[in-house]
Design a protein around this ligand. Structure first.
Ligand SMILES: N[C@@H](CCC(=O)N[C@@H](CS)C(=O)NCC(=O)O)C(=O)O
Length: 254
């Protein structure tokens, strides 16, 4: 089987999910890191139907979207499986994976770009470990338009981000409960672990959020599944937006 090619962006959490799944299955791959926003045209030019990363060329197929890629990987390379054999357990993992992809993933993306817009220099910290051929001078010139463009494309408005931050305590409780009942964070990782861990790790690149997440069961589980994640955003968000999380903190640790 020939080597896979993964199209990615520096810091793209669903792309890191796919890297973790490829590693787990022992599938060899090379990564092509693209410039944010310009990646849309490159991905289309490479023959994929949509404009998003992760996009994966593997086994003569062009696969796109972290969930569709997870199903395709199990079809092409069944062992080790990403879904449990037990039907009930499989249902729960699929439900957690769907929540991770449809809700948590984009909410964290919106929070991230709003925060990076307030701390523009932090964008450079996401380049660590990437193979983007970007000389520092070009990076400095292009980061402003990239941040603005990502803010716009992702609809990272103050309103949306405040709503996401208000929902976060409930989501974290739900994720902690899934860790407690073994759907997430068990010894054998599953598709939902790979989907959710990277969103949690991306959220933890924000100094505003890291202390409120990292010692929770889902924070610990995310670090086990995804031990390394580049990026560090200094305090950026208005303190009043973080109030719902701070209010929850004592109850979560009690
Ligand atoms: N839910 C999809 C979304 C992927 C996605 O939105 N990726 C972002 C980068 S993290 C992207 O490519 N955005 C550009 C676009 O929306 O065209 C997945 O899990 O693959």
């Amino acid at each position: 089987m020939s080597k896979a090619t993964l199209f990615s962006l520096p810091g793209s959490h669903p792309a890191v999910s796919v890297k973790l799944m490829l590693d787990y299955k022992g599938i060899e791959y090379k990564t092509v890191d693209l410039m944010p926003l310009m990646h849309k045209a490159v991905v289309r030019a490479a023959g994929f139907p949509g404009t998003t990363v992760p996009a994966l060329k593997f086994n003569g197929e062009k696969l796109q979207g972290s969930v569709d890629i997870a199903r395709a990987l199990d079809r092409i390379v069944p062992e080790p499986p990403l879904l449990p054999a037990d039907e009930e357990a499989r249902k729960q993992v699929l439900m957690a994976e769907a929540f991770g992809e449809a809700e948590l993933q984009h909410a964290v993306r919106q929070i991230l770009w709003n925060a990076v817009r307030r701390q523009p220099k932090s964008i450079a910290t996401f380049l660590e470990g990437s193979n983007l051929p970007l000389p520092p001078k070009i990076a400095a010139y292009t980061s402003g338009p990239i941040i603005w463009g990502e803010y716009k494309v992702n609809d990272s408005t103050d309103e949306n981000v405040q709503a996401n931050l208000a929902a976060l305590p409930g989501w974290l409780d739900r994720l902690d409960a899934w860790v407690a009942d073994g759907a997430l964070g068990a010894e054998t990782p599953n598709a939902a672990d790979f989907q959710i861990a990277t969103s949690i790790r991306l959220a933890m690149t924000l100094q505003d959020l890291r202390p409120l997440i990292e010692s929770r069961p889902i924070g610990e589980a995310a670090k086990r599944v995804c031990p390394v994640y580049a990026g560090d955003v200094p305090p950026a968000l208005p303190p009043e937006w973080l109030a719902p999380l701070h209010q929850q903190a004592p109850a979560a640790t009690a």
